[in-house]
Write a protein that binds this ligand. Structure first.
Ligand code: ADP
Ligand code: MG
Length: 366
């Protein structure tokens, strides 16, 4: 459960911290520009679009998906469950990222917000220029039909049982008022490797095949983003890898931006960026790339970064906290190229908790 008390953080930051973001694809709109956490931001109309007063790009500028200090609170009877507590996330067009995190950490809540199915309680979520916090019902429907495609974990939830595969793929196009849907649906089922399953109903398809059809359904209206919430959660590991390979191929061939939640470390290792969510916030990001070694071989490099949020907060990995028995208060010291963190125990263990420079100074507009 992610209910935590952080009175000072909430009371001092919740208001002014929420900065106006420009809509990424509507760059010319007259957006009230925002400096860093400055509610009384003076007019910056003389600045080029997308630049803050410091002349650096504003948070979220140029990203296809931008979540800024997202908060989602569910009210259940008298209880409030804080599912997201100030989550920041940026995803560029054409990226494929994996989201990982313990059960209950807020992954599905984030996906549902990005899918236009839930409205955030506070903060900002902008996808392809659609301001999800404030769009009206009609725009929201249009957004859900055209801008995002969704693949759920439960295979049964993705498809209508009484329609054939090809009819399932046609359905979102028909709802969107498109014609000549059969040709495109057939083409999409070919793309996902099921050219010979057009007339099959879901009950006659295997779990993996059903998820392939679901991916074709998600792609029907040429979405900018495909959101997949544990799409392989009900599949065996071999089939999982195949379905995941299909998502990667779609990302590469069609350039569709893909955000997928997964429990499977093997799966998350195959994307260039994995974002970990802990207690409703992005905590770490793992970046992967290949590098040419001295011996001429390509090596896979994977680096984990802590995410520094716009208020300067970061989550220390649990292992670090345990190893140094950190609690409640820590000492910080700024060095030339890094920040040191020490337990607050009689000044003991000095120097043992030095954090590398990678955790500080990720130079965006924070
Ligand atoms: P994950 O997908 O990472 O397992 P969720 O986003 O589903 O996590 O849930 C995050 C937290 O929000 C959990 O504590 C969960 O119980 C709660 N939650 C999610 N959806 C609802 C809802 N519709 N009503 C009440 N609580 C919810
Ligand atoms: Mg979930």
């Amino acid at each position: 459960m992610s209910q935590r008390h952080e009175p000072s953080a909430w009371s001092s930051e919740a208001g002014p911290q929420i900065e106006e973001l420009p809509s990424p694809s509507h760059g010319g709109s007259p957006d009230p520009a925002g400096g860093v956490g400055d509610a009384a931001a003076a007019s910056t109309s003389t600045l080029p679009t997308g630049l803050s007063r410091q002349g650096r790009p504003r948070y979220g500028e140029g990203a296809l998906i931008s979540c800024d200090n997202l908060v989602k609170i569910f009210k259940v009877a008298d209880l409030e469950v804080v599912a997201l507590q100030g989550l920041d996330l940026l995803v560029n067009a054409g990226e494929m990222i994996a989201i990982v995190g313990a059960s209950g950490s807020g992954k599905s809540t984030l996906m549902n917000i990005l899918g236009g199915l839930e409205v955030p309680s506070a903060g900002r979520a902008v996808v392809a220029g659609f301001e999800l916090t404030s769009i009206g019902r009609r725009e929201r429907t249009r957004y859900r039909r055209r801008v995002v495609g969704f693949v759920w974990q439960q295979t049964a939830r993705n498809l209508l049982p009484y329609l054939s595969a090809v009819e399932n793929v046609e359905m979102p196009m028909i709802l969107d008022g498109r014609r000549k849907t059969r040709a495109r649906a057939t083409e999409l089922l070919g793309l996902v490797g099921l050219p010979d399953r057009l007339e099959h109903r879901p009950e006659r398809l295997s779990g993996g095949e059903q998820q392939r059809v679901a991916i074709a359904v998600a792609l029907a209206n040429e979405p900018k983003v495909v959101l997949a919430d544990e799409p392989t959660g009900e599949l065996d590991s071999g089939t999982s890898l195949e379905v995941f390979a299909l998502l990667r191929r779609i990302n590469e061939q069609l350039g569709t931006t893909i955000v997928t939640v997964t429990h499977d470390p093997v799966v998350s290792e195959q994307v260039q960026r994995t974002v970990a969510i802990r207690d409703g916030r992005t905590s770490t990001e793992t970046l992967r790339r290949t590098e040419l070694g001295d011996d001429g071989d390509h090596r896979a490099i994977s680096e984990e970064f802590a995410v520094l949020d716009r208020a300067g907060r970061l989550q220390l990995p649990k292992q670090h906290i345990a190893a140094l028995e950190l609690q409640h208060r820590v000492r910080l010291r700024l060095e030339d190229d890094h920040v040191g963190v020490w337990p607050d125990k009689d000044g003991a263990k000095a120097g043992s908790g030095t954090a590398g420079s990678g955790t500080a100074g990720e130079g965006d507009d924070r």
